[in-house]
Design a protein around this ligand. Structure first.
Ligand SMILES: NC(=O)c1ccc[n+]([C@@H]2O[C@H](COP(=O)([O-])OP(=O)(O)OC[C@H]3O[C@@H](n4cnc5c(N)ncnc54)[C@H](OP(=O)(O)O)[C@@H]3O)[C@@H](O)[C@H]2O)c1
Length: 244
Protein backbone atom coordinates (compact mmCIF):
# COMPACT_ATOMS: atom_id res chain seq x y z
CA UNK A 1 0.00 0.00 0.00
CA UNK A 2 3.02 2.29 -0.22
CA UNK A 3 2.08 5.66 -1.70
CA UNK A 4 -1.60 5.33 -0.72
CA UNK A 5 -3.29 7.33 2.01
CA UNK A 6 -6.19 6.33 4.24
CA UNK A 7 -8.55 8.49 6.29
CA UNK A 8 -9.82 6.61 9.36
CA UNK A 9 -12.68 8.20 11.30
CA UNK A 10 -12.66 7.76 15.08
CA UNK A 11 -9.20 6.32 14.59
CA UNK A 12 -7.42 7.48 17.75
CA UNK A 13 -8.06 4.41 19.89
CA UNK A 14 -9.65 0.98 20.24
CA UNK A 15 -10.66 -0.67 16.91
CA UNK A 16 -9.85 2.41 14.79
CA UNK A 17 -6.33 2.49 16.19
CA UNK A 18 -5.73 -1.16 15.21
CA UNK A 19 -6.98 -0.42 11.70
CA UNK A 20 -4.58 2.53 11.48
CA UNK A 21 -1.65 0.37 12.63
CA UNK A 22 -2.52 -2.46 10.21
CA UNK A 23 -2.78 -0.15 7.20
CA UNK A 24 0.41 1.70 8.20
CA UNK A 25 2.29 -1.60 8.58
CA UNK A 26 1.18 -2.37 5.01
CA UNK A 27 2.74 0.96 3.94
CA UNK A 28 -0.23 3.35 3.83
CA UNK A 29 -0.05 6.94 5.08
CA UNK A 30 -2.76 7.63 7.64
CA UNK A 31 -5.03 10.56 8.46
CA UNK A 32 -6.41 9.93 11.95
CA UNK A 33 -9.76 11.62 12.47
CA UNK A 34 -10.85 12.18 16.07
CA UNK A 35 -13.67 14.00 17.84
CA UNK A 36 -12.42 14.45 21.43
CA UNK A 37 -9.36 12.16 21.72
CA UNK A 38 -6.80 14.71 20.52
CA UNK A 39 -3.99 13.48 22.76
CA UNK A 40 -4.46 9.84 21.72
CA UNK A 41 -4.68 10.86 18.06
CA UNK A 42 -1.38 12.78 18.26
CA UNK A 43 0.28 9.87 20.11
CA UNK A 44 -0.90 7.44 17.44
CA UNK A 45 0.29 9.74 14.63
CA UNK A 46 3.77 9.74 16.24
CA UNK A 47 3.68 5.96 16.49
CA UNK A 48 2.68 5.67 12.83
CA UNK A 49 5.53 7.96 11.77
CA UNK A 50 7.82 5.63 13.72
CA UNK A 51 6.63 2.81 11.45
CA UNK A 52 7.88 4.89 8.51
CA UNK A 53 4.69 6.32 7.00
CA UNK A 54 3.28 9.85 7.00
CA UNK A 55 0.53 10.60 9.50
CA UNK A 56 -1.77 13.55 10.19
CA UNK A 57 -4.67 14.23 12.55
CA UNK A 58 -7.96 15.95 11.84
CA UNK A 59 -10.77 16.91 14.25
CA UNK A 60 -14.51 16.90 13.58
CA UNK A 61 -17.70 16.21 15.49
CA UNK A 62 -20.14 14.39 13.21
CA UNK A 63 -23.12 15.37 15.32
CA UNK A 64 -22.80 18.70 13.47
CA UNK A 65 -24.00 17.63 10.02
CA UNK A 66 -22.89 20.91 8.41
CA UNK A 67 -19.17 20.14 8.65
CA UNK A 68 -19.15 16.44 7.81
CA UNK A 69 -18.38 16.41 4.09
CA UNK A 70 -15.66 19.06 4.42
CA UNK A 71 -13.59 16.50 6.35
CA UNK A 72 -12.77 14.84 3.03
CA UNK A 73 -11.50 18.10 1.53
CA UNK A 74 -9.58 18.95 4.69
CA UNK A 75 -7.95 15.51 4.61
CA UNK A 76 -6.87 15.98 0.98
CA UNK A 77 -5.55 19.48 1.74
CA UNK A 78 -3.42 17.97 4.50
CA UNK A 79 -2.25 14.73 2.93
CA UNK A 80 -2.63 15.09 -0.83
CA UNK A 81 -4.47 12.35 -2.77
CA UNK A 82 -6.46 9.97 -0.52
CA UNK A 83 -7.38 6.52 -1.85
CA UNK A 84 -9.07 4.93 1.18
CA UNK A 85 -11.83 5.97 3.59
CA UNK A 86 -12.57 3.88 6.69
CA UNK A 87 -15.83 4.94 8.38
CA UNK A 88 -15.16 3.66 11.89
CA UNK A 89 -16.48 6.45 14.18
CA UNK A 90 -19.62 5.55 16.07
CA UNK A 91 -21.64 6.38 19.15
CA UNK A 92 -23.17 3.57 21.24
CA UNK A 93 -25.82 5.08 23.55
CA UNK A 94 -28.38 2.99 25.40
CA UNK A 95 -31.95 3.31 24.12
CA UNK A 96 -34.94 1.00 24.37
CA UNK A 97 -38.15 0.47 22.41
CA UNK A 98 -40.35 1.71 25.27
CA UNK A 99 -38.54 5.00 25.90
CA UNK A 100 -36.52 5.89 22.78
CA UNK A 101 -37.21 9.41 21.52
CA UNK A 102 -37.18 10.99 18.10
CA UNK A 103 -34.02 12.88 19.08
CA UNK A 104 -32.31 9.60 20.12
CA UNK A 105 -33.03 8.15 16.69
CA UNK A 106 -31.95 11.30 14.86
CA UNK A 107 -28.71 11.48 16.88
CA UNK A 108 -27.77 7.87 16.11
CA UNK A 109 -28.63 8.19 12.46
CA UNK A 110 -26.59 11.41 12.28
CA UNK A 111 -23.35 9.86 13.58
CA UNK A 112 -23.70 6.21 12.52
CA UNK A 113 -25.48 6.41 9.17
CA UNK A 114 -25.55 9.93 7.75
CA UNK A 115 -21.91 10.83 8.53
CA UNK A 116 -20.40 7.68 6.93
CA UNK A 117 -22.79 7.99 3.98
CA UNK A 118 -22.08 11.70 3.40
CA UNK A 119 -18.33 11.21 3.83
CA UNK A 120 -18.41 8.29 1.39
CA UNK A 121 -20.47 10.17 -1.17
CA UNK A 122 -18.13 13.18 -1.11
CA UNK A 123 -15.09 10.89 -1.11
CA UNK A 124 -16.47 9.09 -4.16
CA UNK A 125 -16.39 12.37 -6.09
CA UNK A 126 -12.65 12.86 -5.50
CA UNK A 127 -10.35 11.68 -8.29
CA UNK A 128 -8.14 9.28 -6.32
CA UNK A 129 -10.84 7.47 -4.29
CA UNK A 130 -10.60 3.66 -4.54
CA UNK A 131 -11.96 2.00 -1.40
CA UNK A 132 -14.52 2.73 1.31
CA UNK A 133 -15.03 0.42 4.27
CA UNK A 134 -17.91 1.01 6.68
CA UNK A 135 -17.81 -0.46 10.18
CA UNK A 136 -21.25 -1.95 10.77
CA UNK A 137 -22.32 -4.45 13.48
CA UNK A 138 -22.98 -8.20 13.46
CA UNK A 139 -26.52 -7.64 14.69
CA UNK A 140 -27.70 -6.10 11.43
CA UNK A 141 -28.11 -9.75 10.45
CA UNK A 142 -29.93 -11.97 12.88
CA UNK A 143 -31.05 -10.77 16.30
CA UNK A 144 -32.25 -7.30 17.30
CA UNK A 145 -30.24 -5.16 19.72
CA UNK A 146 -33.06 -4.17 22.06
CA UNK A 147 -30.78 -2.22 24.43
CA UNK A 148 -29.39 0.05 21.71
CA UNK A 149 -32.53 0.58 19.66
CA UNK A 150 -31.49 3.82 17.91
CA UNK A 151 -27.91 2.66 17.26
CA UNK A 152 -29.24 -0.62 15.86
CA UNK A 153 -31.56 1.23 13.48
CA UNK A 154 -28.69 3.47 12.35
CA UNK A 155 -26.34 0.54 11.70
CA UNK A 156 -29.05 -1.18 9.65
CA UNK A 157 -29.33 2.00 7.64
CA UNK A 158 -25.55 2.03 7.18
CA UNK A 159 -25.65 -1.57 5.90
CA UNK A 160 -28.20 -0.44 3.31
CA UNK A 161 -26.18 2.66 2.41
CA UNK A 162 -23.09 0.45 1.96
CA UNK A 163 -24.77 -1.60 -0.75
CA UNK A 164 -26.46 1.37 -2.43
CA UNK A 165 -23.18 3.33 -2.44
CA UNK A 166 -21.37 0.30 -3.90
CA UNK A 167 -23.68 0.52 -6.92
CA UNK A 168 -23.60 4.30 -7.27
CA UNK A 169 -19.82 4.69 -6.84
CA UNK A 170 -18.90 1.78 -9.13
CA UNK A 171 -16.86 1.17 -11.17
CA UNK A 172 -14.19 3.46 -9.74
CA UNK A 173 -14.74 2.99 -5.99
CA UNK A 174 -15.39 -0.25 -4.06
CA UNK A 175 -17.65 0.09 -1.01
CA UNK A 176 -17.69 -2.69 1.57
CA UNK A 177 -18.48 -3.27 5.21
CA UNK A 178 -17.01 -5.09 8.18
CA UNK A 179 -19.48 -6.19 10.85
CA UNK A 180 -17.74 -6.85 14.18
CA UNK A 181 -19.28 -8.92 16.96
CA UNK A 182 -17.97 -9.16 20.54
CA UNK A 183 -14.61 -7.41 20.20
CA UNK A 184 -14.29 -4.77 22.95
CA UNK A 185 -16.75 -3.83 25.70
CA UNK A 186 -18.20 -0.33 25.34
CA UNK A 187 -15.77 2.27 26.66
CA UNK A 188 -15.79 2.35 30.46
CA UNK A 189 -17.35 -1.13 30.81
CA UNK A 190 -15.37 -4.11 32.16
CA UNK A 191 -14.28 -7.02 29.96
CA UNK A 192 -16.88 -9.15 31.80
CA UNK A 193 -19.56 -7.10 29.92
CA UNK A 194 -18.84 -9.22 26.83
CA UNK A 195 -16.94 -12.18 28.35
CA UNK A 196 -20.09 -13.80 29.75
CA UNK A 197 -21.61 -13.94 26.27
CA UNK A 198 -18.79 -15.80 24.54
CA UNK A 199 -20.20 -19.31 25.00
CA UNK A 200 -23.20 -18.27 22.93
CA UNK A 201 -20.94 -17.83 19.89
CA UNK A 202 -20.14 -20.77 17.59
CA UNK A 203 -16.39 -20.10 18.04
CA UNK A 204 -16.81 -19.57 21.83
CA UNK A 205 -14.31 -16.74 22.14
CA UNK A 206 -14.14 -12.95 22.22
CA UNK A 207 -12.60 -11.27 19.19
CA UNK A 208 -9.61 -8.97 19.01
CA UNK A 209 -9.47 -5.55 17.29
CA UNK A 210 -6.69 -7.05 15.15
CA UNK A 211 -9.20 -9.46 13.58
CA UNK A 212 -11.30 -6.49 12.45
CA UNK A 213 -8.21 -4.72 11.10
CA UNK A 214 -7.27 -7.84 9.10
CA UNK A 215 -10.68 -7.85 7.41
CA UNK A 216 -10.38 -4.13 6.59
CA UNK A 217 -6.89 -4.71 5.18
CA UNK A 218 -8.21 -7.49 2.96
CA UNK A 219 -11.01 -5.30 1.61
CA UNK A 220 -8.81 -2.29 0.83
CA UNK A 221 -6.34 -4.44 -1.07
CA UNK A 222 -8.95 -6.46 -2.96
CA UNK A 223 -9.51 -5.61 -6.62
CA UNK A 224 -12.77 -7.49 -7.17
CA UNK A 225 -15.00 -7.19 -4.11
CA UNK A 226 -17.70 -4.56 -3.62
CA UNK A 227 -21.02 -4.37 -1.77
CA UNK A 228 -19.82 -7.08 0.61
CA UNK A 229 -20.04 -7.22 4.40
CA UNK A 230 -17.53 -9.42 6.23
CA UNK A 231 -18.78 -10.58 9.63
CA UNK A 232 -15.91 -10.71 12.12
CA UNK A 233 -17.96 -12.12 14.95
CA UNK A 234 -17.02 -15.72 15.80
CA UNK A 235 -20.10 -16.82 13.89
CA UNK A 236 -22.59 -14.83 16.00
CA UNK A 237 -24.74 -13.82 13.04
CA UNK A 238 -25.32 -17.41 11.94
CA UNK A 239 -26.34 -18.48 15.44
CA UNK A 240 -28.76 -15.57 15.76
CA UNK A 241 -30.19 -16.08 12.29
CA UNK A 242 -30.78 -19.73 13.25
CA UNK A 243 -33.05 -18.58 16.07
CA UNK A 244 -35.31 -16.97 13.52
N1 LIG B 1 -16.23 -2.75 19.92
C1 LIG B 1 -16.98 -3.73 19.43
O1 LIG B 1 -16.96 -4.86 19.96
C2 LIG B 1 -17.87 -3.49 18.25
C3 LIG B 1 -18.93 -4.37 18.01
C4 LIG B 1 -19.77 -4.13 16.92
C5 LIG B 1 -19.53 -3.05 16.07
N2 LIG B 1 -18.48 -2.23 16.33
C6 LIG B 1 -18.26 -1.08 15.42
O2 LIG B 1 -16.87 -1.02 15.07
C7 LIG B 1 -16.42 0.35 15.07
C8 LIG B 1 -15.28 0.53 16.06
O3 LIG B 1 -15.69 0.09 17.34
P1 LIG B 1 -15.14 0.81 18.67
O4 LIG B 1 -15.79 0.09 19.80
O5 LIG B 1 -13.67 0.92 18.61
O6 LIG B 1 -15.80 2.27 18.50
P2 LIG B 1 -16.02 3.36 19.66
O7 LIG B 1 -14.86 3.30 20.58
O8 LIG B 1 -17.38 3.21 20.24
O9 LIG B 1 -16.02 4.71 18.80
C9 LIG B 1 -14.92 5.06 17.97
C10 LIG B 1 -14.75 6.55 17.97
O10 LIG B 1 -15.87 7.20 17.39
C11 LIG B 1 -15.72 8.56 17.67
N3 LIG B 1 -17.01 9.26 17.73
C12 LIG B 1 -18.06 9.03 18.55
N4 LIG B 1 -19.02 9.95 18.34
C13 LIG B 1 -18.56 10.79 17.37
C14 LIG B 1 -19.06 11.96 16.76
N5 LIG B 1 -20.24 12.51 17.10
N6 LIG B 1 -18.31 12.58 15.81
C15 LIG B 1 -17.11 12.08 15.46
N7 LIG B 1 -16.57 10.97 16.03
C16 LIG B 1 -17.28 10.35 16.98
C17 LIG B 1 -15.00 8.67 19.03
O11 LIG B 1 -13.85 9.51 18.84
P3 LIG B 1 -13.18 10.36 20.04
O12 LIG B 1 -12.65 9.33 21.02
O13 LIG B 1 -12.11 11.14 19.37
O14 LIG B 1 -14.27 11.22 20.63
C18 LIG B 1 -14.62 7.21 19.32
O15 LIG B 1 -13.32 7.06 19.84
C19 LIG B 1 -17.66 1.19 15.40
O16 LIG B 1 -18.25 1.64 14.19
C20 LIG B 1 -18.58 0.23 16.11
O17 LIG B 1 -19.95 0.55 16.00
C21 LIG B 1 -17.64 -2.41 17.41
Amino acid sequence: MAGQSALITGGAKRVGREIALALACAGANIIVHYRSSSHKAEELADELRGIGVNAWTIQADFSDTAGVESVIDRAIDLAGPVQILINNASAFPLSEFETVTFDDVVNSITTDAWAPFALGRRFGQTPDAKHIVNLIDTRVYGDYDWRHFAYHAAKNMLALFTKMSAIKLAPRVAVNGVAPGLILPPEGKPQSYIETLKYELPLQRIGDPKFVAEAVLYLVTSEFVTGQVIFVDGGRHIREAGRG
